[in-house]
Design a protein. Structure first.
Length: 491
């Protein structure tokens, strides 16, 4: 089916240019024009706001139709499909990445990266290989599976405010995910998922999931929150600030770890944190090091002794306190004494201020003393580096199992009972309990640039199942399609 531009309807808005994966569209005199790299993938038809692009019924002259996903690209000689995986090489479609056969210790016999797919799932997987490991006959079955149930969970080790839980995350104004609940010292995003992938902006969702999983830098914006520049393995950039430290613990934990150090330096310490703000003298750890309540009350909601809930915001410790003076709500002069020193700092120790109590219960900021600086540096020295990490999440409990064996349910059962090992691009997975095969994998352990996407839209993951030959036979494996690993490596 060739793509046709209705020049009457085309307004030259350029929306299709940005979305075309093959950069096949240009604007000439404010009208869309298609190049030979167009594969009739249909993205432009689906995104054009003026319905100016449509498919006709003719096979594109000279093109080869790909059947490796439902998109059915028509690819001319020398060009590649919309997913960038298949190339028309002299009239034959070939996978344009070599199969990655390097084996990690204890991993699959080969990876699925570069393997191609078993879609439409009524044929065996592209590679079913056998080898002998420690005198046991082992099978690995590999396929690059399009997964509409897929996404990435992005972990940002930072104390900086990114936005409220549940807030939408956008890229180029389109919703691609949301802010999840925090995980200890980290902010979490969920990007992708079946509903967004099948929604009206599914193409940018798929592209974002794959770019993050492949370690590319992506800029997103949280509604009523921050702009985030994210690259797996690198420091997060939040509203243009490169964050460097992950908090050592919440404010209460920081008091617990450093109570004796802080006591030597000040009469009181308020450790600001978006979760729990700690107050040294009132905290049980303060009592353990011989302190009693100083009369200072921090500006936060009291939880239990020495522990207060902070309000999230763009201020110190990820709270809404932007001026450290505001962290001190009151000083009870029936208990406190003039000249007392109060340290206000964060759970990363990156910002710190010292205050002295005046006779009337007011406070004035004074320079940090050497001892106070040393105590804060002790907190800093115990913080890990701020970084971005991600796990790819997917569900491969559906039709792709048919490429593995004729009894799909037995594939699932073998994975769940540990008789078949599921890996993604050579990396170990965590398989979620319950039905189906829902997995998570650390993208940094996967073969580099292993993820792709197809414009159904869905992301494509390299999936490997490894088990004994005996088990493979038992679950109805495609025995006639087994090849020796050595033969595949040499082919
Ligand atoms: S059909 Fe696909 S490849 Fe062709 S111009 Fe449209 S978006 Fe680009
Ligand atoms: S997008 Fe689908 S049809 Fe197009 S080349 Fe890739 S696998 Fe083939």
């Amino acid at each position: 089916m060739a793509i046709v531009v209705d020049l009457e309807l085309c307004k030259g808005c350029g929306v299709c240019l940005k979305e075309c994966p093959n950069k096949a569209i240009s604007l000439e005199e404010k009208k869309a024009r298609l190049a030979d790299s167009c594969t009739s993938c249909g993205i432009c038809v689906r995104v054009c706001p003026f319905k100016a692009m449509h498919k006709n019924l003719d096979l594109k002259t000279g093109a080869v139709k790909c059947t490796s996903c439902p998109v059915q690209c028509e690819v001319l000689n020398g060009f590649i499909g919309a997913c960038q995986r298949y190339r028309n090489d002299g009239g034959k479609l070939v996978r344009n990445r070599r199969l990655v056969t390097d084996k990690s210790e204890g991993g699959p016999l080969i990876t699925a990266v570069g393997a191609g797919t078993s879609y439409p799932c009524c044929r065996p997987a592209p590679h079913i290989v056998q080898d002998t490991i420690d005198d046991v006959e082992v099978i690995t079955v590999v396929t690059e599976a399009p997964l509409s149930y897929s996404g990435v969970k992005v972990k940002i080790d930072t104390n900086l405010f990114i936005g409220n839980e549940g807030a939408k995350v956008r890229r180029n104004g389109k919703i691609i995910g949301m802010v999840d609940t925090e995980e200890y010292g980290s902010k979490m995003l969920t990007i992708g998922g079946a509903n967004l992938l099948t929604g009206k902006d599914g193409f940018i969702v798929a592209r974002t999931v794959v770019e993050i999983a492949n370690g590319e830098r992506v800029t997103v914006k949280v509604d009523d929150g921050s702009e985030l520049e994210l690259e797996v393995g690198a420091r997060p950039i939040i509203n243009g600030i490169i964050d460097t430290k992950m908090r050592v613990g919440c404010g209460s934990a920081t008091i617990g770890m450093f109570a004796s150090v802080l006591k030597e330096a000040v009469d009181e310490a308020i450790i600001l944190d978006h979760h729990v703000v700690g107050l040294l003298s009132e905290h049980l750890a303060g009592e353990f090091v011989g302190m009693s309540w100083s009369g200072v009350t921090p500006k936060a909601r009291r939880s239990t002794r020495g522990r207060y809930f902070g309000e999230p915001g763009p201020g110190w410790g990820g709270t809404d306190i932007e001026n450290p003076r505001d962290a001190i709500q009151s000083v009870d002069m029936l208990i406190a004494k003039a000249g007392m020193k109060i340290l206000v700092t964060e759970t990363t120790g990156q910002k710190a201020a010292l205050f002295e109590v005046e006779k009337d219960g007011g406070v004035i900021e004074i320079p940090l003393t050497k001892r106070v600086r040393q105590s804060v540096n002790t907190i800093v020295a115990n913080c890990e580096e701020a970084r971005v990490s991600a796990v790819y999440t997917g569900g491969t409990g559906g039709s792709a199992r048919a490429g593995v064996a004729v009894n799909p349910l037995q594939v699932t059962q073998a994975v769940h009972c540990g008789e078949a090992k599921l890996t993604i691009g050579g990396a170990e997975t965590f398989v979620l309990p319950g039905g189906g095969i829902n997995f998570m994998v650390d993208v940094e352990k996967v073969v580099p640039k292993a993820f792709t996407w197809v414009p159904t839209p869905a992301t494509v993951a390299p999936v490997e199942y490894t088990m004994t030959l005996e088990k493979y036979k038992e679950i109805g494996g495609h025995m006639d399609y087994i090849r020796m690993r050595e033969d595949i490596k040499n082919s």
